[in-house]
Design a protein around this ligand. Sequence first.
Ligand SMILES: [Zn+2]
Length: 315
Amino acid sequence: MLHHEPTYVITNATVYTQGTLQPHTTISVEQGIITTVGKHETAPMKKLKHFDANGGIVGPGLVDMHLHGAGGFGAIKGAMQENLEGLAMFLLKKGITSFQLALVSDLDLLAEIGKALENSPFLSSHLLGVYLEGPFIAAEKRGGILSSNIKSYDKEYLQKILTIQAGGKPLVTTMTIAPEVHGSEELADILEEHHIVVAYGHSNCTIDELRPRARNHITHLYNAMSPIDHKRPGLAAMPFVRPFSHTTYELVCDGVHVHPALLDLTIRNFGTERLCIISDAMILAGLGACEGTYVGKKIYSNGKACYYSDNDMLR
Ligand SMILES: [Zn+2]
């Protein structure tokens, strides 16, 4: 496969460079590093492995830091490695070359994912880690997370999560916590000591309950959090106010999770510097209108977004 070849040339590519799309471009890569991007193929290049892009756009791979599954693949107990490899392959075909697998807190599931990663070099070159949503979040803003996957802060349980490792590091690389959870500052400190991104989300806090940290990040801004009420601004106001102007934030830009007007308002205000576009996709993503199950519950997709079948709640 192309990305496993360290040295090669791509010809007839359309490349976004110097502010415009440039057709008929040749890209040469040596030992995994892009060495030239230009119009002409030079003589030494001809000796290298060669790919014709047929005029297609060639660009860097996309990173989806928050994705639960897609293409009929997800974190399925008992068939983890096949599923996650299938997911990584499906995403590759869509241009997503690396991702964090989002998950609600389940120790057995985490252990299985850790094993799958240890056993599959292919998987470990695409799956960056697990994005754990919870369990230390606010029940009032659980969104699609079942109550059984929510807990008050519990250091022992946290230790259990941290001991599940892959490649000598905790398998979890990002964790959503609600800042109003009792003990959240200690929790955030421990996570950062383990190089885990602390993401605020699934929270009903007010802006007054927040304290800036050196790094702040928000899980799917606007979804499953206290909104920007003018008398009681909630977590959604955080990236807009000065002490938190360094906050990075995720946005689901499908026009369903967040109204397009709010996407416009947000991105025009912040630019793209702090923006992480995420899909928050589910197992049914990319399959058109269909039905399936998630965490034991029936779900359906209308081809645009995925919902729980029993209450039509957006998943
Ligand atoms: Zn969520």
